[in-house]
Design a protein. Structure first.
Length: 209
């Protein structure tokens, strides 16, 4: 599975396009902006987006969802427990930051352990609540890659002082769901640089193994 990272100009969100060149199929993870750049990449690469995958519903991770969904026809997928936050511009902070009533209604409601096929690759949903109630990570076991959204960063973690956030819940999610993955798992976070599970288990100052 190939990975294209596009960083939004505002809030520096890492948008990921994962794709299989052989099948010409892919998915977009957390399109928080730069819709034109994402669409151009898909078109120039000949990639058909099968899904728009959301790790959580905060505004900075969803602001390009509607434009991208309209252009690609790809269904929007998010955890069932994230539905309220996604649809409420006050909870997802779109109203506070942009003064707009921007919300997203998922086409697919996911749960822990669900598996999606992107081309010939299996993508597993790992529920990791704590940053938000319905936060998830997407894990590609065959490639040893994890897309962690705002759950786990390089030597940091997502904030837990927003609606639906809880530090104890996030700590448990990371310790029980992520730190148990293979050490060499590559972690692609929603912000900042890539890391590994081993590095975070040994060095993350917020959540110990």
């Amino acid at each position: 599975m190939n990975i294209k990272k596009i960083v939004t100009k505002t809030y520096q969100v890492n948008v990921y396009v994962i794709y299989d060149e052989a099948s010409g199929k892919g998915a977009v993870i957390d399109p928080g902006g730069e819709a034109g750049q994402i669409i151009d990449f898909l078109r120039e690469s000949g990639i058909k987006a099968e899904y728009i995958l959301l790790t959580h519903g905060h505004f900075d991770h969803i602001m390009a969802v509607k434009e991208l969904a309209t252009h690609t026809g790809a269904p929007v997928a998010a955890h069932a427990d994230e539905r309220e936050l996604l649809g409420d511009s006050k909870l997802n902070f779109a109203h506070e930051v942009y003064g707009t009533d921007y919300g997203v209604s998922p086409d697919m409601l996911l749960k822990d352990g669900d598996t999606l096929k992107v081309g010939g690759t299996s993508v597993r949903v790992i529920a990791t609540p704590g940053h938000t109630k319905g936060g998830v990570c997407y894990y590609i076991e065959d490639d040893g890659t994890l897309f962690s959204g705002d759950t786990l960063f390089h030597e940091s973690i997502g904030r837990t002082d927003f609606p639906g956030g809880n530090f104890g819940t996030l700590e448990a999610s990371i310790q029980r769901k992520l730190y148990t993955l293979p050490d060499d798992t590559l972690v692609y976070p929603g912000h900042m640089r890539m890391t590994t599970i081993e590095h975070e288990r040994k060095n993350n100052p917020y959540v110990k193994s």
